[in-house]
Structures are given as C-alpha cells and as structure tokens.
Design a protein around this ligand. Sequence first.
Ligand SMILES: Cc1cc2nc3c(=O)[nH]c(=O)nc-3n(C[C@H](O)[C@H](O)[C@H](O)COP(=O)(O)OP(=O)(O)OC[C@H]3O[C@@H](n4cnc5c(N)ncnc54)[C@H](O)[C@@H]3O)c2cc1C
Length: 383
Amino acid sequence: MNFSFTQEQLMLRDMARKFAENEMRPLLRESEDQRHTPEVLVKKLADLGLLAAHLPKEYGGSALDYLSAAIIWEELSKVSWTMALGTLGHAVLSGTILSMVATSEQKEQYLAPLCRGELMFATATVEPNAGSDPGAIESRAILQGDHWLLNGTKNFVTGGGLADYILVLAQTDRKLGNKGMVLLLVDRKMDGISFEEVRLVGGRTSDIVNLAFSDCQVPADNVIGKVGRGLHGAFHGIDTARVFITAGALGMAQGCINSSIKYVQERTQFGKAIGGFQLVQEVIARMAAEIEPLRWQLYYAADLKDQGKPHGKELSSVKWLASELAVKASAEAIRLHGAYGCTDEYDLEHHYRDAVLSTILGGTSEMHKLMIGRELIGINAMV
Ligand SMILES: Cc1cc2nc3c(=O)[nH]c(=O)nc-3n(C[C@H](O)[C@H](O)[C@H](O)COP(=O)(O)OP(=O)(O)OC[C@H]3O[C@@H](n4cnc5c(N)ncnc54)[C@H](O)[C@@H]3O)c2cc1C
C-alpha cells in the first residue's frame, strides 16, 4: 500500500491549483452573473492537458488514471466546482462514452476535437418523468430509412448551452425496456431542437439547459455504440462522472475549511482571535477529521476503477458522504465567517449554492445508499 502521490500527481495538483487561482477565480463572479462557462477556460484547460485528463492519448487526451483526475478536480473545485462542472457534460460524460463505445472513425471525428476543446459536447439522459429511474425514459427514436426520427424532452443537460453535439439517450422500442435504448449524436444546428436555459440555485457557470426534440432527423450513422445498448453506454459516462463529482465535492469542502482556518486566525472578538475559542476549534477540527477519510476513500475507489475492479459500493459510499459533507462544510464555514461569509467577498456563498447540487447529479444520495444496500444485502430496494 502506498499513501504518497507520485511526482507527476504532485505536479498536476500544483498546476490545477495555479490554474484555479490565476485563471478561474478572476472570471468567477462575471461568469456567474452571465450564467455561462467562459470558452477561454475550456481552451486553456485543453492546452494544459487538464480538460481530457482521463481520455486516451491517441485522440489527444492525457490518459491519466482516475486518481490523478480526481486530484485535478479537487483543486479546481476549491475555487469553483461550477466552473469545473461546465466541462463535466463535455469531457467526462460525453468524452468517456465516446472513448468507450464509439467506432474508431467516430473517435477520430468527434473525440479528437473534444479533447482539444474545439468542439463541445453534452450528454442528455434525464427527462421530466425519468430522473433516478433512467429505464422510464420516453424520448423515442424511430429508424426511418437513412435517419432516426427523434422526439422527446431532456432536462438539466450540463454544458448543453455550449454544446455543438449532444449525446441523447432514446428508446427505440418500449417493449424492450432497458434493452431497447440507443445513444444518438445530435448536431445542435439540426432542425427540430429547442433549448431552454435552466436557472438553478447553483451551477451557474455550467450552461445547464432543457432540450426538446420535435421530429428531429438524426442521420442513421450517428448511433454511438450499439442499438439496444444505449443505457449501458450512458452508464460508462455516469460512473466516471461520479469520480469527478465526488472529487469536486471534496474540493468545495476543503476550500471552505481552508477559508475558515484563515479567517478564525485573523478575526478578533472579545479581545482575541476567534480561532482561540474552543467552540470554534471544534467546528474546524470536526470538518478536517471528516474530510480526510473521505479523500482516501475516493482515491481507493478511483484506484479500483483504474484497475478495472468492482468499485460500486466504494464509489457510492464516498459520492454520498462527500457531497453531504460539502453541504455541511459550506454552511459551517459561512457561520464561522459570520455575516461576512454571506457576502460574495468569500467563496463560501458560492460553494453553499453549488454543494447541494453535488448531492443530486451523478445519482442522488438516496440512490447511492440503495446501491450500497443492494450490493451488501443482495436485494434491490429501488423498485
Ligand atoms: C447540476 C446538475 C447537473 C445535471 N446534469 C445532467 C446532465 O448533464 N445530463 C443529464 O441527463 N442529467 C443531468 N442532471 C440530472 C440528474 O441526473 C438528475 O437530477 C438526477 O438523476 C435525479 O433525478 P431527478 O432530479 O428527476 O430526481 P428524482 O429521481 O425525481 O428524485 C427526487 C427525490 O426522490 C428520491 N427517490 C427517487 N427514487 C427513489 C427510490 N427508489 N428510493 C428512494 N428515494 C428515491 C431521490 O433520491 C430524490 O430525493 C443534472 C442535475 C443537476 C442538479
């Protein structure tokens, strides 16, 4: 067992930390106000090899292990999880799916420009009546000669506002259930697509949209993976996204702890630094004690995934607990900063708004508890 980072991981951590401080932070407030991911950030992340961190080298990715990718996202999210999230639908969801199930021609055509940040992608699975239960999707794809006729609605598509292409999960035959689904690559310029901006409490720089498809004619060649295996393909992306989302939740929580330590050392009340009061120290000590085991649990789950070993229970456990910790740590940190913590002078109100989202996307905390229960007990309590 080795508990040390490699030289490369230390270098990546440093690079991501500097990028977050020097490139992301100056754009954060304006981007939040405009509710938009700055394209320049995506390009710079690509140039540094941080955008397509886990994707294959032959298509322009950095081919890093998931543990290293987690280190990067943790650092980016200390400053802004929502800015990192702006690339989740692109590099993590869509990039993973394309790298796992697309043909080599499709990878050349789409994955390579994805890695370079030249074409943007998003993945759309969730619908008004199908969130935690993807088997319930109602979007229909019917093969008509040389094209699929696509109809349906997709909700909360991260990066959908920026995307040139959207990977859409649709049902080809309801009778086949989960085995009747297909992933279609839809060009945003096609007729029959409409976009609606979604205004969430957080995730404001993540360009999240709802989409509607009305008799949209998608070329038959734009199937990604096999017809009938669409849900399976989407799960590749979702499983990988859980590593990144969890790392981001830990980054937010750590950002809150760091800010709190600095603040309680500097802020004086009753004639001394508030960090000298035992009740204040307890809050910091508890947050620090809670985050450390989760960080190692994430690295362990990422390492299992790197080795191609089962990691469901391990990743679900840390996704659930880390996202809940981010919610708790952001609220505690605001309290430690008093009224100043509620202002946008600090990152805390930003993390506070984002943290709750991390408990929902990539599977809600309830779904992760049920997945752990199913694995341990052998009974599926989701249905
Ligand atoms: C910031 C953000 C980004 C997102 N990005 C994307 C994206 O890029 N692409 C995409 O397709 N989707 C995306 N989503 C959607 C996300 O995947 C869904 O929100 C999530 O899967 C939950 O679905 P839902 O919101 O419909 O909630 P529901 O499934 O309706 O759940 C509502 C509540 O019921 C609980 N619940 C549901 N079923 C059970 C059960 N069996 N037992 C116990 N409790 C249950 C849930 O845990 C939750 O508390 C995003 C969401 C957010 C918030």
